[in-house]
Ligand binder design. Structure first.
Ligand SMILES: [Zn+2]
Length: 264
């Protein structure tokens, strides 16, 4: 439990990162010409506190066992999850203090901690809500990880984006101009980011890591196939690079981020 885990909201906005488990993948299997090295990808989660809200952006990996059948077994072969004691998000903060949970998308390393937040209001993209209703194998949704009490009809569905700062499509879903959802299509059907205080962009899985951004043309066939829309993924990468050139800091879900400090 850290500063942000206290109840009540801070006078000044805060953004704190957590690593909720990790996976590994060989860079050569991801990118043509990539290094033959096994890289560790933390399952990043962010907690924003401000304007009377405590908003969790993604929920990391779930503790084992998953009970997700052969689809789960396939996923674990491709991206072996590691999550030890103390790493699930529900063990790193007091879940009762979280008011909202934004799901960038529905892959297992982003929804595993949903179970801890039955009282929170969930926020997801319209495309993600559609995927929930009619998932295909390549959507990578493991229904066994989604709590039975979760009802998308009670969630806030992000479906109306308009031109925002830095050429991004944004939705000021909380009407505070401080935590704005950003439409970052490509990686999955409905993939959300969030622009925090106008200068930090939670970019989810728009790239596997900052150092891969702009290298989308080198992505190999299998990871390319798993991407929902590869052309959109490339356009999103260009937008992110432009935002960064304008002074925005990009925080991807699977890069290493300092924990226990206010990133704002
Ligand atoms: Zn993903």
């Amino acid at each position: 439990m850290r500063a942000l885990a206290r109840s009540g909201s801070p006078a000044v906005a805060e953004l704190v990162a957590f690593a909720c488990g990790s996976t590994t993948h060989n860079t050569a299997a991801l990118l043509r010409g990539g290094r033959r090295e096994t890289r560790t990808y933390p399952a990043g989660v962010f907690l924003y506190g401000g304007h009377g809200r405590r908003i969790l952006f993604d929920t990391g990996y779930a503790p084992q066992p998953w009970r997700t059948g052969w689809r789960g077994a396939l996923y674990r072969r491709l991206l072996p999850p590691r999550i030890g004691p103390g790493q699930p998000i529900g063990e790193q903060l007091d879940p009762a203090t979280v008011t909202h949970v934004v799901l960038s998308h529905l892959h297992p390393d982003h929804i595993g901690g949903m179970r801890y937040f039955p009282h929170a209001t969930f926020v997801l993209a319209a495309g993600a809500a559609r995927t929930l209703r009619q998932p295909r194998l390549r959507d990578g949704v493991l229904h066994g990880l989604i709590p039975s009490w979760f009802d998308p009809a009670e969630a806030i569905i992000a479906d109306e984006f308009s031109p925002g700062p830095f050429g991004l499509s944004t939705m000021d879903v909380f009407d505070d101009e401080d935590f704005m959802l950003v439409d970052l299509p490509g990686h999955s059907h409905g993939h959300l980011g969030a622009l925090v205080s106008g200068r930090l962009l939670l970019a989810g899985d728009a790239s596997w890591g900052r150092d891969f951004l702009g290298d989308e043309a080198r992505i190999r066939a299998v990871p390319r196939f798993i991407s929902y829309d590869y052309d959109e993924l490339q356009r999103t990468a260009e937008l992110l690079l432009r935002a960064e050139a304008n002074g925005v800091t990009l925080l991807f879900s699977h890069d290493e981020h300092p924990t226990g400090v206010n990133l704002l």
